[in-house]
Write a new protein. Structure first.
Length: 264
């Protein structure tokens, strides 16, 4: 898979800021929505006060026929958290949509979707793919697919310090194994960054405690000083009964007779 860097993603989002679907590109790039989930998102599924969006359905393109059905899997039916900036973008998008509805008048087709055509009609997922490809070409960024924008959301989230279990819940994967297997190649740079950060942590701790460093053997001998000498201990010959072979000296005995005391 081809994934943009953080700088390239920011460049694209800045390039499409005036596009009618700029908020949708933002949601896919940061929250990892599938194209069918973005096309099928309804205002009834969004709670801007709580800052959440419920992924309850998707629009599926089967040739010229568009069907509405449940998400790809049971795990794909999920709650997506919305940050304050995304909530502000969605509020502005809703005001623009109401202005478009007022301008169109009776020709507006009320569908209840968050992202619609200029007349309020629901969006074809294939149209999103073609529009995204054209915008990428105009931005002169490295070519990626629309689905790769979802992959980029996973790498962005993980590089921000989020664990894989949370990334799994955000993307709607059925298991964390699928998340890890899918983004192993994408997360290589992040793993290298984690390794460098771990090494820096240990080295910084060593720098704060220089007295606990290990010394070389030569420095130990040098620190002993010239006055100290090391004499080898004499080997001790132990008998089979456990007693040493060294004979102990008996205390000296006196062979003098006791002095007799003469009577008065």
């Amino acid at each position: 898979m081809a994934v943009w860097t953080t700088e390239q993603t920011a460049t694209f989002l800045a390039f499409v800021v005036s596009d009618r679907l700029a908020v949708m590109w933002w949601l896919i790039a940061l929250r990892g929505l599938r194209r069918g989930e973005a096309a099928g998102l309804r205002w009834a599924d969004v709670d801007l006060d709580a800052g959440v969006a419920m992924i309850e359905q998707q629009r599926i393109a089967n040739g010229q026929m568009i069907t509405v059905g449940p998400p790809k899997s049971a795990a794909s039916r999920r709650v997506v958290a919305l940050d304050r900036h995304t909530v502000r973008l969605l509020r502005e998008h809703r005001r623009r949509q109401r202005a478009e509805q007022k301008a169109v008048g009776e020709c507006w087709g009320e569908s209840g979707y968050v992202f619609t055509a200029e007349d309020g009609a629901p969006l074809n997922p294939d149209f999103l793919t073609r529009r995204f490809r054209r915008l990428v070409g105009e931005s002169e960024l490295p070519p990626v697919r629309l689905h790769d924008l979802r992959h980029g959301a996973a790498s962005l989230t993980h590089s921000a310090g989020v664990d894989l279990k949370t990334v799994q819940a955000q993307l709607g994967h059925s298991s964390i194994v699928l998340t890890a297997d899918t983004y192993t190649s994408v997360l290589i740079d992040l793993l290298a960054h984690a390794a460098e950060a771990t090494a820096r942590l240990v080295l910084a701790a060593a720098a704060r405690n220089p007295g606990h460093r290990y010394r070389r053997e030569g420095s130990l001998r040098k620190s002993a000083g010239p006055a100290e000498t090391f004499e080898p201990r004499r080997p001790v010959n132990r008998r089979s009964n456990g007693h040493t072979g060294v004979k102990r000296r008996r205390p000296p005995t006196s062979h003098r007779r006791p002095t007799k005391i003469k009577g008065a």
